[in-house]
Design a protein around this ligand. Structure first.
Ligand SMILES: [Zn+2]
Length: 100
C-alpha cells in the first residue's frame, strides 16, 4: 500500500516494522471509504508478519479491520471493509514475489 511519510505496517499501521514482502504493484479495488494502491513491497510488524508467514489470513483481515480506525462505523460498513481487506490481502498473496 502507498502510505506517505514513515513506513508503517501495511496490515495494521504499526510503526514497528520487522519484515518486508516484495510484491508486484497492483491497483486495489476502491470503495468510498478507502482508496488504495499497492506499489511494490509490503512491510509488516512482528504480529502481522507471523500471521502472513502462517497463512492466517482471516485473523490478519480481522486485525487489519480492528486497527483501521473504523471501529465505530456501522456494522454494514465494517462488513464491507472486511470484504475489502480480504480482497486486498488476496491480491497481495497472488502478487507476492517469493525471494527464495
Ligand atoms: Zn502489523
Amino acid at each position: 500500500m502507498n502510505i506517505s511519510g514513515e513506513l508503517h505496517c501495511d496490515f495494521c499501521s504499526s510503526p514497528d516494522i520487522v519484515k518486508d514482502y516484495p510484491c508486484v504493484s497492483f491497483v486495489a479495488i476502491k470503495i468510498p471509504a478507502i482508496t488504495a494502491t499497492s506499489e511494490g513491497k509490503w512491510v509488516a510488524c512482528a504480529v502481522c508478519a507471523a500471521l502472513v508467514d502462517h497463512n492466517k489470513w482471516e485473523e490478519l483481515a480481522v486485525r487489519s479491520l480492528q486497527t483501521s480506525g473504523h471501529e465505530d462505523s456501522p456494522a454494514a460498513m465494517k462488513a464491507l471493509l472486511l470484504d475489502f481487506i480480504r480482497v486486498l490481502h488476496r491480491q497481495f498473496r497472488e502478487g507476492r514475489l517469493r525471494v527464495n
